[in-house]
Design a binder for this molecule. Sequence first.
Ligand SMILES: NC(=O)c1ccc[n+]([C@@H]2O[C@H](COP(=O)([O-])OP(=O)(O)OC[C@H]3O[C@@H](n4cnc5c(N)ncnc54)[C@H](OP(=O)(O)O)[C@@H]3O)[C@@H](O)[C@H]2O)c1
Length: 247
Amino acid sequence: MGMQADGKVVLVTGANRGIGLAIVEEALRRGAKKVYAAVRRIETARPLVEQHGNVVVPLHVDLQQPETIASAAEHASDVDIVVNNAGVLKPKSALEADAVDTLEFEMSVNVYGLMRVARAFAPILKANGGGALVQLNSVASLLSFPDFATYCASKAASYSITQALYHTLKNQQTQVLSVHPGPIATDMAREAGFEQTSAGPEVVAKALFDALAEGQFLLFPDPFAQQIGAAYEGFAHNVVIPGVGEG
Ligand SMILES: NC(=O)c1ccc[n+]([C@@H]2O[C@H](COP(=O)([O-])OP(=O)(O)OC[C@H]3O[C@@H](n4cnc5c(N)ncnc54)[C@H](OP(=O)(O)O)[C@@H]3O)[C@@H](O)[C@H]2O)c1
């Protein structure tokens, strides 16, 4: 059995817009006791505080600045559910001149950011009884889209780290959930020029808390993602979830 949001303390990175904002709102709808809105610029969390009052606590977190993650962990020592949602995408194919620079940037946020968050918060989750770590990955973690080659590579790497965390954090009763949306209607999708989106951010947020409550490791929340998830299911359940040497 997994974890309900009701009565829990939740932290969300990239909480000010897009999928992160929808996750904050869904956590509050489900009765979260407190939500830490982790944002790059504190003023961007102001509308959330104005709407919800002091149940929302803004925290400064820039995934490229490790000291902000360490400082957030000191402040949020009561957290039960950490959702690492923040991420970046720059449309870039593999052969473009600055593809390596773009991949380095996307790795620094999408992969090293996850590793920093996991390292800072794992001891806190353990001390609080286990809790949960949720990572926003993507269908791009499993499938490369050539016009977004560097982003897909970074999301494949973040999924790989998420798998490692799933197996490692089991030992301290921390639940790990890997979320793999398809194209979702946010600024990221609009700026990347996705022609069609599969769902709105609220669909991801609702499915995320349902999956946490059910104790799932993998979530494919929207219709586009579910097609990829269905094709991947056998490998996931026979190989990824049992883990090498554990099955
Ligand atoms: N939208 C999609 O189609 C889609 C599909 C699959 C997966 N995802 C994943 O879902 C997550 C959320 O995506 P979204 O569509 O909501 O994106 P978005 O609308 O572009 O919002 C991105 C969020 O990440 C924050 N952020 C960016 N760089 C950061 C950094 N260095 N440190 C901390 N926060 C940072 C942004 O803060 P600022 O406002 O300060 O820039 C913003 O809050 C991402 O991990 C993305 O890869 C999205």
